[in-house]
Ligand binder design. Structure first.
Ligand code: DX5
Ligand code: ZN
Length: 233
């Protein structure tokens, strides 16, 4: 897809705070408490099958869209079979829908369906899944999401063994003249942001590091500042 890297502009990273760690009774207020320090709204959809957690449905996405008409809404589907959920989420008005490659019976068709609905398709890989699983669909993806923890829950520890996959994606993107963004999800905080951006990550998802903080705006700013330090080195 064309123009995806342009979304990042001249920044170290795009920051996508995950509402999985926001106050469930006050998600809108949690987002507002960032005071604009977050770039995207990351919505983690877990089905209790693909991952052992049950979270949000399409109604959360459409409600967010009404409350934040100009927001960039980044939906991360951790559901199986992914194709059965596409229609209900495309209708909810997100900007990106990412499906896990392990959760789709027909990943090519699924990404195409998202694209046909006018939404940016993303494809995710778990820590135990190799990058080569994505090769046949690179050209369809506007974003590749690299899970840096096993998916399902916030607050887990970053898995550094995933870093070579980010570097591998950067190389393949350049060699094949592709334009997808690389998003990292899980265990992102001000301590891990630098190494991720240095490896080539464009979009940092952060849940607990932002929303479990007493001052989410400051926490988001610190993540961004640490990313910038490494990015300029
Ligand atoms: C985990 C989700 C993540 C989660 C990250 O399955 O995909 O987006 O919210 O949470 P933290 O940042 O707390 O690791
Ligand atoms: Zn996520």
């Amino acid at each position: 897809m064309n123009g995806m890297l342009g979304l990042k502009g001249n920044k170290a990273c795009i920051l996508a705070p995950s509402i999985l760690s926001a106050d469930p009774l006050a998600v809108g207020d949690s987002i507002r408490s960032l005071g604009g320090e977050g770039d995207w709204i990351h919505v983690d959809v877990a089905d209790g099958h693909f991952v052992p957690n049950l979270t949000f449905g399409p109604m959360m996405v459409s409600t967010l869209r009404r409350a934040f008409p100009d927001a960039f809404i980044d939906v991360h589907l951790m559901v199986t079979p992914a194709e059965d959920f596409i229609g209900m989420f495309t209708n909810a008005g997100p900007n990106i829908i990412t499906v896990q490659v392990e959760a789709a019976r027909h990943i090519h068709r699924t990404l195409q369906a998202i694209r046909d609905a006018g939404i940016i398709p993303g494809v995710g890989i778990n820590p135990g899944t190799p990058v080569c699983m994505l090769e046949p669909v690179f050209h369809l993806a506007g974003l590749v999401l690299v899970m840096t923890v096993n998916p399902g829950f916030g607050g887990q520890k970053f898995l550094p063994e995933v870093l070579p996959k980010i570097k591998c994606l950067v190389r393949k993107r350049a060699v094949q003249s592709l334009d997808f963004l690389i998003e990292c999800d899980g265990g992102v905080n001000s301590g891990t942001a630098g190494v991720l951006v240095k490896a080539g990550c464009d979009v940092l998802v952060a849940g607990s590091a932002v929303y479990d903080s007493d001052d989410p705006a400051r926490a988001a700013r610190e993540i961004r500042q640490n990313a910038e330090l490494e990015w300029r080195v």
